[in-house]
Each structure stands twice: as C-alpha cells, then as structure tokens.
Design a binder for this molecule. Structure first.
Ligand code: SF4
Ligand code: SF4
Length: 142
C-alpha cells in the first residue's frame, strides 16, 4: 500500500500556502475557497495550517494509521510537489521530518517494493500509476 495512505503526517506539520489564483473562485477545478484563508496580498493558505497546531482542514486521517486528502483532485500545487521519501529514488526532508515528529520512522526504499506487485489494475489507490501524490507542502516561514 502507498505509505501516504497510512500516514498523513506532513498535512499536520507545515503551512500550506499558495497563490490566490489557485482558488476555485478564479480557477475552475481549483482549491475550494471555503477551505482557505488569506495569508497575505498574494497568497492563501489551507485553513488549519496558518499556525500551530497545524492540521489541514481537508485532512481525514488518524496519523500513522489512515490518511486521505478529502480534496485530493483539487489540492494545492504545493501538495502535489513534495514527494514521499524514496517514492522517486530520493529522500524528502519534509516527509522525514513530518514522520519523525509523529514518532513514525522515515521511509526507506524498502517501503516501495509493493509497487512491483501492485500493477493489478483493480482500481485501488495503491496500484502502480494510480497512487496518490504525497500530500504536503512547501513550508513557508510565518
Ligand atoms: S509524504 Fe511522507 S509524511 Fe507525507 S503522508 Fe506521505 S509518507 Fe507521510
Ligand atoms: S494534501 Fe494538502 S490539501 Fe490535502 S489534506 Fe494534505 S495539506 Fe491538506
């Protein structure tokens, strides 16, 4: 199974900030405006991530057990840009730091061996090529 589906740690660690043009108020299929708040003149952030304690309002998770982004197809660009550690052959400091903060071990290449056996096209989100992009986020200093 894709490790993000049993994690969600990074959706509770960083401010999720992005340009206001990503809002669905101005871009069809964009981030639901009701789940955002104004950060500054040019940026919005996901509600729940402006400051500590951080937990994105769009997150449906029991961290380390179960995790889903409830706006996955419409999540902000920053959420699409950060890879889980070793998903594409390299460690991710944001992923590692978020997991460690929740007492979870950083991912290793061994956490991705399931992909070889998962190409069964059964429509489940852990299939190769059908796995969710990692939730999070580019941290932006408050
Ligand atoms: S990117 Fe890393 S920290 Fe974020 S949900 Fe996936 S495994 Fe967890
Ligand atoms: S992927 Fe982004 S929008 Fe979705 S729950 Fe995580 S931080 Fe929130």
């Amino acid at each position: 199974m894709h490790p993000c589906l049993t994690c969600g740690a990074c959706c509770t660690q960083y401010r999720v900030a992005f340009h206001w043009m990503e809002s669905d108020e101005v871009t069809e299929g964009g981030v639901p405006a009701a789940l955002t708040q104004r950060l500054d003149a040019h940026r919005l952030c996901m509600r729940g991530t402006y400051g500590p304690p951080v937990r994105c309002v769009a997150l449906d998770a029991d961290i380390g057990v179960y995790s889903r982004c409830t706006i996955h197809p419409n999540r902000p660009s920053v959420c699409r840009e950060v890879d889980a550690s070793w998903e594409f052959g390299a460690a991710s400091s944001q992923c590692d730091r978020a997991r460690i903060a929740h007492g979870l071990p950083p991912l290793t290449p061994a956490d991705w061996t399931w992909r070889e056996a998962a190409s069964n096209d059964d429509g489940e989100p852990d299939d190769s090529g059908n796995s969710p992009s990692s939730p999070p986020v580019t941290p932006i200093a408050a």
